[in-house]
Design a protein around this ligand. Sequence first.
Ligand code: SF4
Length: 414
Amino acid sequence: MSVFQKANKNETVDLQKNFTDYSKELDRASEDNNIRTAISRAVKAYRETTASTMERYPHTPDLAAEVREIKRNAIEHREELLNQAMESVERNHGKAFYAKDKDTALMIASEIIGKGKIIVKGKSMLGEELHLREYLENEGNEVWETDLGEFILQLKKERPMHILSPAIHVPREKVAEVFSRFFEREIEPDIAKEVEAVREFMREKYFNADVGISGANVVAADTGAFVIIENEGNVRLSTSAAQAHIVFVGIEKVVPTFQDAMKVAEVTWRYAQYPVPAYVSIVTGPSKTGDIEKVTTYGAHGPKEFYVIFVDNGRSAMAEEDDFKQALHCLRCGGCMYECPVFQVTAGTFGETYLGGIGTIWDVFVAGGLEKTSPMIYTCLRCGRCVERCGMQINVPAMIGELRNRLTSGQVMD
Ligand code: SF4
């Protein structure tokens, strides 16, 4: 049996088992009719919407070029920008924390939240990276995923199959089965009725929640502004009604100015196929009022407490590698996945925490290390279709090639 002993940890990775289990999963996914039906519907819709969106907003590629430079510069100056962002949060009456790894991030969350709380949570890939919901549940809290796709997966006990559309592989017929079981009444396989059932259920949760958790798409260091893009309105409700709002955000999301953040936000939603999203929230701290005698008082209608946990967890290591730091420019628009020929057959089975070719690079640094991610490293076809689609022009095939070099030369990356 082939076992790769990690140089600086006692943990062993059984590569042969890793590859065998993974290829069985890929085979299963490629034969799954639910995945085939759902992905072909999604890819068709994605291509049509993207084409018409780009036609209507022809300045987008030029704006993407500006954003590439903003991100490159921000990664180069990440330490000073992080410090500036943390100072801005504190100045705005929030509390800022830096977590160098997953365990620290979870420990900070646990100290803020405690036990026995009701928590409503927006979609966040960083949350997946930290296994945040599972951790908080094990701590004795009631946690609800409020994004529709994430809620479906919470009920199915599955992981996301796409970074923007986590339940992309679950067609309406399957959703109806899952909801009928959970709500203990028949829900028809009619998308509008399925959405309505969750809307009714979730409203009471929003207003009884103690804590709302969100991610952020981009952070402006100068103002401490957290920009959150969404369509469902669940993030607004999750982060507005509870006593406390906690933001979990990767340190790579910080850019210098508010204007930069707006450019990043527009490029993100445009490449994510939205002409314009239904909601763009800008949050800078706890709610406040000065309506009585001009005395600023915190905790008006929205949260009284605002916390931000900036998470590193391998991102600095990625930034220090010239071969891989470009992966930190990823906006998580999800576009590359729709064009990936492997993803089109297997959905997010091609991935672990993060998905597809770009997800493979991320998983090496933040979620598993080189050996554990090796099956994904050899799944990528290096066809380059993702680079064509990517507004950040991230050269995933080149990075995958470098990871293969390191694997075959026995280098260890933790
Ligand atoms: S690699 Fe590019 S296309 Fe893929 S999710 Fe990131 S920014 Fe979007």
